[in-house]
Design a protein around this ligand. Structure first.
Ligand code: GRF
Length: 195
């Protein structure tokens, strides 16, 4: 059975979908949900689902990404994860941290990568006049939002869409995509899943 740790920063809706998916004949189980924000609503949701939680407040480490990561690694390594999922985790990780989980760390990003890495993806897709948006699950490598693509889902951009309406349409599909990709990944299948 593969052990899965999940890093979140906010509401944790993707995390909940991942946790709920790991039952029955699924080859993985959730072992830890951790956050850089002790007040992240997702931590309470994880605890409610019976998952161990940890929080390391990144604001205690101004200008010290390495110090923050060193503290985060404590509970994380204690949980001995085989797979680390970033799910709405809003801190950039250093190459040193990423190297500890090479080939074992996934992220979900709300765009059709390689389009729109970084922030404000929905606003950028709308103002570019794109007719489609979507989400991507990829392997995490030291370069932000650039690792090998493990799965993608597409949604239309509709006339009159706002950043919020598009984000909601994409998030609904993120909830389908991420559990499906995690399951395949845990089974050793890294071929891209195109939904
Ligand atoms: C998702 O859109 C994710 O792709 C982005 O932040 C959002 C997180 O939502 N990076 P949640 O915390 O999973 O509800």
């Amino acid at each position: 059975m593969k052990r899965v740790a999940i890093l979140i920063s906010g509401s944790g809706s993707n995390m909940v979908r991942l946790v709920e998916s790991m039952t029955g004949d699924h080859p993985a189980r959730p072992v830890l949900v951790a956050s850089n924000d002790p007040s992240a609503v997702g931590l309470q949701k994880a605890a409610g689902l019976g998952i161990a939680t940890a929080a390391v407040d990144h604001s205690r480490f101004p200008q010290d990404r390495a110090g923050f990561e060193a503290e985060l690694l404590g509970p994380l390594l204690d949980a001995s994860p085989d797979i680390l999922c970033l799910a709405g985790f809003m801190r950039v990780l250093t190459p040193k941290f990423v190297a500890k989980f090479t080939g074992r760390m996934l992220n979900i990003h709300p765009s059709l990568l390689p389009l729109y890495p970084g922030l404000d993806t929905h606003a950028r897709a709308i103002s570019a006049g794109d007719s489609e948006a979507g989400a991507t699950v990829h392997e995490v490598t030291p370069e932000l939002d650039s690792g090998p693509i493990l799965g993608q889902v597409r949604v239309p951009i509709l006339p009159g869409d706002t950043e919020q309406s598009l984000a909601a349409r994409v998030l609904e599909q993120e909830h389908r995509l991420y559990p499906a990709v995690l399951r395949r990944f845990a089974e050793g299948d890294r071929s891209p899943l195109m939904l």
